[in-house]
Design a protein around this ligand. Sequence first.
Ligand code: SDX
Length: 430
Amino acid sequence: MQQENEEFAVLKFRDKEVNLPVIVGTEGEIAVDIQKLRSRTGLITYDPGYGNTGSCKSTITFINGEEGILRYRGYDIRELAEKASFTEVMYLIVFGKLPKESELKEFEHDLKENAMIHEDMKKFFEGFPANAHPMAVLSSMITALSTFHPIPDDPSHFRQDIINLLAKVKTIAAYSYKKSIGQPYIYPDPNLDYVGDFLNMMFKKSPNDPYKVNPVIEKALNKLLILHAEHEQNCSASTVRMVGSSKGNLYSAISAGVSALWGPLHGGANQAVIEMLEQIHADGDNIEKYVEMAKDPNSDFRLMGFGHRVYKNFDPRALILKQAADDILNELGLQDPLLDLAKRLEEVALNDEYFIKRRLYPNVDFYSGIIYRALGIPKEMFTVMFALGRLPGWIAQWKEMREDPDFRIHRPRQIYIGETERPFVPISQR
Ligand code: SDX
């Protein structure tokens, strides 16, 4: 029944007219609630790519694509990137509040205590070819984790599984890199913080190597991981929700999220951006040629790192990363011709009617690869870095989905446009 002065949308079709309730979000967003649409009218909606479809109500992230606003649990990304540690942001995103000092200490202790993976898991790495893409390794190994940590589908176990993933995925990521370059695995070091420990596992050449984590690199990576940590109902987060909605375990849902992120239209774009910039650089920095190719409807060339389904003026993360790229290269005393090329490419594109009309701007992937390069991370690992950052976001989306009072398995409808019924034809008559 409709409450007094409740707002609603009216749908009229043929002999039917229904009032559909509307839901108004904290920031004034309005959704038409169509949960009863089919039962009341026989109609369904059609929205390929879900550009107009809200899949859930969420308290995790707010994005205003017109104004370039991004907030995790109400905190602006610019403040978090400047003032927080990645482990603080993990805690905020997953548990919904900034941790007190004692809570953060306990959380970081749990992450250190659980950073090792079972020794038998190292055998899986031996089975991959040396040139296996680290995203394939990461996705497989996360599913494999569930065989070493069988989990009853019981909310009382969720925290341990969340800690297992947050603690062990960085170890798996580092091990997949070491395997690819034939160097020994470096075990997690509980004397190091989360980001420093990851860098140590990645770049310490051997147990006796006197490698020391560079604080400039550690600070830069902390910022990068925070900027990638969450982004509401993007392709990979929606995949995690979809897979999790069958009540499979958290590891399988996260593994599916890694696979979804890998695609070049999503997180795989950060590797594709560097490959694109390398291609343009090798072609005499011929920016105009590639901008024209990107505009050509008959060419499948796209300006990687440009465009976004939600951000239509600028991606706030891209602005921060563009400045961070300059700062980090200066602090490390490095030059990278691809950064200058990227800036010129951005300038040409943003003054071109094609990009202006379609409101295409650099996204989070456009400058991130330049920074990963400066930190010594190989381009095949760029999307793994994105996954490492996004892990708390995926986990928070899964947890919220499982705790949602409206929880049900995700099962969209379709419009059938295939053949009508026809009789079977024996092969002799085909
Ligand atoms: C991420 O969703 C998220 O939040 C994702 C993410 C996160 O944090 O989780 O922000 C991370 O995935 C960022 C996006 C990384 N991907 C890329 O950089 C790949 C390049 N970008 C495009 O493929 C595209 O812009 C998407 C995939 C990002 C968005 O696709 P949409 O919203 O479906 O847009 P579209 O393909 O319908 O494009 C609209 C128009 C089309 O032209 P017309 O048919 O209208 O003539 O813009 C054109 C497109 O051809 N267009 C581009 C372009 N992106 C869109 N033309 C050239 N180069 C591009 N990059």
